[in-house]
Design a protein around this ligand. Sequence first.
Ligand code: ZN
Length: 423
Amino acid sequence: MHPMHDLARELFPICRSITGDGVRETLSIIKRELPQLKICEVPSGTKAFDWTVPWEWTIREAWIKNSSGDTIVDFRDSSLHVVGYSAPIDREVSLDELRSFVFTDDRAPDAIPYVTSYYKERSGYCMSASHFASLPDDRYRIFIDSELKEGSLTYGELLIPGESDEEIFLSTYICHPSLANDNISGPVVATFLCRHLLEMPRRRYSVRAIFIPETIGSIVYLSKHLDEMKKNVRAGFVITCAGDERGYSMVSSRLGGTLADRVLENVLGTHHPEYKKYPYLKRGSDERQYCAPGVDLPVVTFCRSKFGEFPEYHTSADDLDLITEEGLRGSLDVLKKCVAALEADRRYRITCLCEPQLGKRGLYPTTSIKGSSSDVRTLMDLLSYSDGEHDLISISDLIQKPIEDLIPLAERCRDQGLLEEVR
Ligand code: ZN
């Protein structure tokens, strides 16, 4: 059973871009998994802060043939072969002229690079440097049947009500063509996380999850929802590059220290202490918008191998072999732990002065809480920091004990009247 990798495999071949039917097809598959997903269309030309929703791109065919009619590249073999947003073209060119239409990457000579040109009109192809070097002097026909016209930008939104209006926010992008770690791993992990959230019997937090084209999608979404998000979002996660097995990483929010920073640092620090924490200076995804001055949402970015930091990044080598069920499952597990920590996170204040007498409350030594001295020590440490100022996440950091161990202890002390919740 590889349910996450199977979904990645299904989504991988689709020729996605920031607009167009590739996005719609991707969202329709995600909607099959999350029937509550709402699919929204924003017309070309709509203003969003400093940006404008671009024309919609449709791609039907893109190939290069030699003078004998043999196909040199065909975007049907890999959606990476055509430069994203390529304008239509039908021309015969020399090998020398062909060079100006073809992107290669010498750093990864056997891989097809990923190139887009959203805001400057051009027609182009991508192929491996070694493939291009093998082409003989000849006449080549370059043909792209595409269309750039008024249409819309498409995104998916899932709102799951909780007991309060306070929100956990999830954002993932759906605009890269056939690329696995960056990018199809993100929507796959987000989809499975949403399914987990939908199945939770009780949830304090409401959930807002969006599946958007990167950059323009988050800007458009913020332009429509910023006020309510500033009011309600307590912790948000950009989920990207979440499918390989090479460790974990995160990009901090602009100034750090938000609830999202603290919970992800806590969970990764507890379970994957070798994780990499990148400062906001290493940003590159939609955290650029969510943490921009004046937007200032409490959002961090969660990754395994971060964009720009792994050798296969933005090339055809970032394929379905690079991401694994175990890699995807590991990301899902970290994010589920973050949700569980957020759900249980409270500020408690001890209800007595000086150390409490545990014995008379049946807390020391007890049969219900294991009586080892280290368990008692954890309980005493928890109580010692329960000053109404520190929440469970910061106490977990301070006393170096997993938050999942503190949650049942705190709830038991609350039930015994030894801790009271501070709102
Ligand atoms: Zn990317």
